[in-house]
Design a protein. Structure first.
Length: 124
């Protein structure tokens, strides 16, 4: 029996790098990229929420466990919104993240009490 290192050395000594070819994307299934691929533009062109919930600045939550809910940002809304200190904004999957927000908590993890957001899960 040989060691893993010996086996690896035998494989490397008896193999070679394949030549690089160019293919249309639709024909590239099963091939391995020869180099990294980068998009020319960001898609989507904005920071986007990945879930329904409430967007806010996490530091505001740390200092005050309750945040005021100030409106909502529906999916498809394209006007920039700036979140103010101690505020949360209702947000939906695909919505533009408001400037100043760095956290979205899922709607299932909160309770809304008279326009005030209370986070029930301590492990956000």
């Amino acid at each position: 029996m040989i060691t893993v290192t010996e086996a690896k050395n035998i494989i490397l000594a008896n193999s070679s790098t394949l030549p690089t070819i160019q293919l249309p994307l639709g024909q590239a299934a099963g091939y391995i990229l020869a180099q990294d691929v980068f998009a020319l533009t960001d898609i989507p062109p904005f920071d986007q929420s990945a879930m329904d919930g409430y967007a806010f600045n996490f530091e505001d939550y740390v200092t005050n466990k309750k945040l005021n809910i100030e409106g909502e940002i529906p999916a498809g809304h394209d006007q920039p919104i700036v979140i103010q200190p101690q505020q949360a904004i209702r947000i939906y999957t695909g919505s533009v993240m408001p400037a100043g927000a760095n956290t979205v908590v899922m709607q299932e993890k909160v309770v809304v009490q008279q326009k005030e957001l209370v986070i029930e899960d301590p492990q956000i």
